[in-house]
Design a protein around this ligand. Structure first.
Ligand code: SAM
Ligand code: DTB
Ligand code: SF4
Length: 319
C-alpha cells in the first residue's frame, strides 16, 4: 500500500468531528500501542546563524524582509556550539537541533556545519539540523558527517502556502525532503498552526505529511508565535481545543512518529500542555530559548513533568 493511502480528506475530517473526549481516548489508545504512555523526549534548539534570511516566510522574525529587531549574527564558533550542547545534555536533552537562517547553506559555511554535527554527535547526543533547501551533494555530506535528523517543515497546506511564503515553492520543500530521504537521513517535518489557516488546510497538511516517502520519525507541531514586524504579527488564530484536536488527529494518522509540542508553549497553561500530551504529543523543546523566541524555563518544565508523572526519555543511539 502506498504510504498514507488509507487516509483521505473525509476520513481525517471524521476524526476532527469526533466528540473531544472520544478523540482524545482514540489518540491515547494509539499512542500507547507504540510508545510508553509516560515518556517525553526532550530536545534542545540552538540558532547557529541568526537573522538576515533572504526568504519571506510571513511568520519568521529572522526574515530580512521584515523589521523585527532580531539581531543578525554570523555563524557561531564551534566551541560555543559545543558548550551549548553539553549544557543541553546535562539538562536531559537527548537531541540537539541546530538551525540556520538560510535559504540554502552557502558553500563557504557548510564545512563548519559538518564540524558541528560531528562534535555534537561525539558528545552522545542525537543530531538534527535545519538549514533550508539542500542539494544532493550537501545531503550526501550531511549523511557522511553522521547526521541523524533533518528538519524541514511543510508548514501548512499546499493551498494556503502561497499566502505565507512567496520566495520558494511547496514543491521546492518536497524536493528537499525527497533528497534527504533518499540519502537515508531521518526526516523531521511538521507545520505551524494559528496562521489564519482553516481546518481544511490543517487536514491537507496532515495528508501531505502521511504521504511523504518516509514514515516520519519526528513531527513538530508549532503554534504561531506572532512577532511584531512580521505580516502575521496580529494573528493568533487557533482555538486551544482545535489545537489539541490537531495533535490528536496527528497522533492517530502518524502512530509511529514522535510528535513534538514545539513553538508556542510559552503561551500555554500547564493544563493545555497536559491535554496536548494526553492527545499524543511526546516531545518538547527544553531550554528557555527556541531559535530567537522564548520558551518556558527548564525548571518550570521539570516541575510540569513531575506534576504530570512524565519522565524524560533516555538517550539511545538513533536508528
Ligand atoms: N531556515 C530554515 C527553514 O526554514 O527550513 C530553518 C529555520 S526555520 C526558523 C524552522 C521552522 O521554525 C519553520 O519552518 C517554522 O515551522 C518554525 N517557525 C519559525 N518562526 C516561527 C514562529 N514565529 N512561530 C512558530 N513557528 C515558527
Ligand atoms: C520547528 O518546527 N520548530 C523549531 C524547529 N523546528 C527548528 C523552531 C521554532 C522557531 C520559533 C521561532 C524562533 O525561535 O525564532
Ligand atoms: Fe528563513 Fe527559515 Fe525564517 Fe523562512 S523560516 S525566513 S527560511 S529562517
Amino acid at each position: 500500500m502506498i504510504a498514507g493511502q488509507k487516509w483521505d480528506t473525509q476520513k481525517v475530517n471524521a476524526l476532527y468531528e469526533l466528540p473531544f473526549t472520544q478523540l482524545l481516548f482514540e489518540a491515547q489508545k494509539t499512542h500507547r500501542q507504540h510508545f510508553p504512555g509516560d515518556e517525553v523526549e526532550l530536545c534542545t534548539l540552538l540558532s547557529v546563524k541568526t537573522g538576515a534570511c533572504p526568504e519571506d516566510c510571513a511568520y519568521c522574525p529572522q526574515s530580512a524582509h521584515y523589521q523585527t529587531g532580531v539581531s543578525r549574527e554570523k555563524i557561531m564558533a564551534l566551541e560555543k556550539v559545543i558548550e551549548h550542547a553539553k549544557c543541553a545534555k546535562e539538562n536531559g536533552a537527548i537531541r540537539f537541533c541546530m538551525g540556520a537562517a538560510w535559504r540554502n547553506p552557502p558553500k563557504k559555511e557548510f564545512p563548519k556545519i559538518l564540524a558541528m554535527i560531528r562534535a555534537v554527535k561525539a558528545l552522545g547526543l542525537e543530531t538534527c539540523v535545519t538549514l533550508g533547501m539542500l542539494s544532493e551533494e550537501q545531503v550526501a555530506e550531511l549523511r557522511e558527517a553522521g547526521l541523524d535528523f533533518y528538519n524541514h517543515n511543510l508548514d501548512t497546506s499546499p493551498e494556503f502556502y502561497d499566502k505565507i511564503i512567496t520566495t520558494r515553492t511547496y514543491q521546492d520543500r518536497l524536493d528537499t525532503l525527497h533528497r534527504v530521504h533518499q540519502a537515508g537521513i531521518n526526516l523531521c517535518c511538521g507545520g505551524i498552526l494559528g496562521m489564519g489557516e482553516t481546518r481544511e488546510d490543517r487536514i491537507q497538511l496532515l495528508l501531505q505529511l502521511v504521504r511523504l516517502p518516509q514514515p516520519l520519525k519526528s513531527v513538530p507541531i508549532n503554534r504561531l508565535i506572532p512577532f511584531d514586524g512580521t505580516p502575521l504579527e496580529k494573528k493568533n488564530d487557533i482555538d486551544n481545543i482545535e489545537f489539541i484536536r490537531t495533535i490528536a488527529v496527528t497522533r492517530i494518522m502518524l502512530p509511529h512518529s514522535i510528535i513534538r509540542l514545539s513553538a508556542g508553549r510559552i503561551f500555554m497553561s500547564e493544563e493545555m500542555q497536559a491535554l496536548c500530551f494526553m492527545a499524543g504529543a511526546n516531545s518538547m523543546w527544553l531550554g528557555d530559548k527556541l531559535l530567537t523566541a522564548r520558551n518556558p524555563e527548564c525548571n518550570a518544565d521539570f516541575t510540569l513533568l513531575k506534576k504530570l508523572g512524565l519522565s524524560a526519555k533516555e538517550y539511545a543511539a538513533a536508528s
